[in-house]
Design a protein around this ligand. Structure first.
Ligand SMILES: Cc1cc2nc3c(=O)[nH]c(=O)nc-3n(C[C@H](O)[C@H](O)[C@H](O)COP(=O)(O)O)c2cc1C
Length: 169
């Protein structure tokens, strides 16, 4: 029987394979007291129909993770195709260096969470579980406030790939 290929080669091939998949880009925001945080997220998706459950994964390097790990609610925004600038702001800069909320329009939403005005499709969810998954932690959300605005195209990974993450994963 042939030996398994070396791990780094498998991981490189796996990265290339996954790079062919497209996925919608989201911005997840969190608030703890006066501190607001948010970052661009691609590792996310629905994981149960009934009960409704959605998993968002935050890198332990990110400021947003450091805020989110203490709170019970998160807001998940679907980024419209026309809002690549918002994706660049939330994905290409870290709240450790930049006040992202001074650079976009937003308002207070449920549980005082910052809601991004550019994202008409979004929900707020209660964190029902935190799951260590590797270099990311999964936040399992039960949706409790849903805002479904106009249907339209979402920004996808192929367009967001050119953004250099504010924090290395
Ligand atoms: C295409 C793309 C996808 C990303 N996906 C995720 C993700 O799924 N989870 C995550 O925590 N960070 C992800 N990031 C990285 C963060 O958005 C980025 O490091 C951000 O600057 C962190 O901001 P913060 O430190 O203010 O939280 C992604 C970045 C890009 C460009």
């Amino acid at each position: 029987m042939a030996d398994d290929p070396p791990r780094p080669l498998v991981e490189e091939a796996f990265d290339r394979l996954l790079g062919t998949l497209d996925q919608p880009m989201l911005v997840v925001t969190a608030r703890r007291g006066d501190e607001r945080s948010g970052c661009l997220v691609g590792f996310a998706g629905q994981v149960s129909i009934r009960p409704a459950r959605f998993l968002v994964c935050l890198s332990v390097q990110n400021r947003t993770y450091r805020v989110a790990r203490h709170v019970d609610h998160l807001a998940v925004h679907f980024v419209p195709e026309s809002s690549a600038d918002l994706a660049r702001l939330f994905g290409g800069h870290t709240g450790d260096d930049v006040d992202k909320f001074a650079c976009c329009t937003w308002h207070d939403g449920p549980h005082g969470l910052p809601i991004l005005d550019a994202c008409d499709n979004r929900f707020v969810g209660t964190v029902v579980e935190r799951l260590p998954l590797g270099d990311h932690v999964g936040f399992l959300l039960e949706p409790d406030h849903v805002h479904h605005g106009a249907d339209g195209h979402q920004l996808d990974l192929h367009r967001a790939k050119r953004i250099d993450p504010g924090h290395p994963a």
